[in-house]
Design a binder for this molecule. Sequence first.
Ligand code: EPZ
Length: 417
Amino acid sequence: MQKLLIKGKKKLSGIIPISGSKNATLPILAASIFSQKVKIENVPFVKDVFTMIELLNFIGLRIKINKKNNSLQIINKKNVLNSIAPYKLVKTMRAGVLVLGPLLARNKKAKVSLPGGCAIGTRPVDLHLFVLKKLGAKIKIKNGYIHASAKKGLRGCKIKFPSVSVGATENAILAASQASGKTILLNCAIEPEVKDLISFLKKIGCRIISKGRKIEIFGKFKPVEATYKVMFDRIEAGTYLIASAIAGSNISLLNIDHKIIRTELKILKLMGVKIKTFKNKINILESKKIKKIKITTSPYPGFPTDLQAQIMVLMTKAEGVSIIKENIFENRFMHVPELKRMGAKIEIKNNTAYIQGPTNLSGAEVMATDLRASVSLVIAGLIADNRTLINRIYHLDRGYENLEKKLKNCKSNIKRI
Ligand code: EPZ
């Protein structure tokens, strides 16, 4: 099992290029089930993307990977595709459930493994099934699989989500894009990755009108050939913004649209982080004093739950007690015990963490538990004294492309062993 060894207290300076968005790439790959031929650029070559590629290969699509320029060429000459997404592929990458909508819409049936939970929560899919039933699908859960069918095809209608869900919104848009007639979705997720999926579907010929949390999809579109560039990864960008704020002296992040991460930038500036934004780069300068803050995670445009673990490490440097309320997932504080072993003073009451600062962190052997918790341990290792050894870094590899290389290029002493 590989580990990451970090020698802390090195001041970082240099340039970090931000990769394409994992969470935009995954639904866009699912949407490519509709296409005969499509090219996708700015794809992050991370584990979850390769798992989705493996799943699409299993379904019957042919995917050429171009490692030189991070692009994928997807060819799909077959009329009949395999409508099964097996447990062995979906269990490691829950977003595999996003092929349910497209397979059902295209083949009138689908058998997709229930994704199961993960470290951060039970991750139910009831909202995904709710919307597919509204579109006319028959759904049965048997032997750990979702069996969905729509003999006469899906029929568009008006649907209001009882609560906001990124994945369920994406599955709904995908299914509705090949339903008969128009579908109106209300109370949708408006994460930038959902918008990127909509832009992709429009590029391959689907007519979609989105306004606030309302999305209108005109079904039965005829897919056309296209090339599409995936948006930047705003969570990777936020992660390196926080790492630079805590361990940097002068860092530039490239390939960023700062309008998309307004909330994160506002919060970091309120904490005293020195940030300068340009057209498609952001400079972070050495921040002397970090101020405490109270944050609540919420759906976009609120503060993202995917940056909760990372900002908690910055809070250990703030004067006084910072507070972070995790409103999205029920078990997303798995990084706290590990940070406490490095000297952080954090108390948890229900879904709220109280972080006492400033504290000095000391290097330790720690264990990664999920994707974003593992990167919070990397950030802690950058500022801790002595060495930090992080176990189970396969979690990291799911969502961060070339992490060691990007940090090494900024003078960090980090290596995979
Ligand atoms: C997406 O997960 C992201 N994953 C997550 O990023 C992210 O944390 C999450 O959105 C919230 O922003 C991808 O895009 C691949 P949700 P998703 O449906 O779609 C509950 C990462 O680190 N819910 O918006 O699964 C759910 O339990 C990952 O990259 C239901 O109750 O998130 C949660 O409490 C982690 N029923 C809340 O809604 C459902 O059917 C929000 O989940 C679906 C969700």
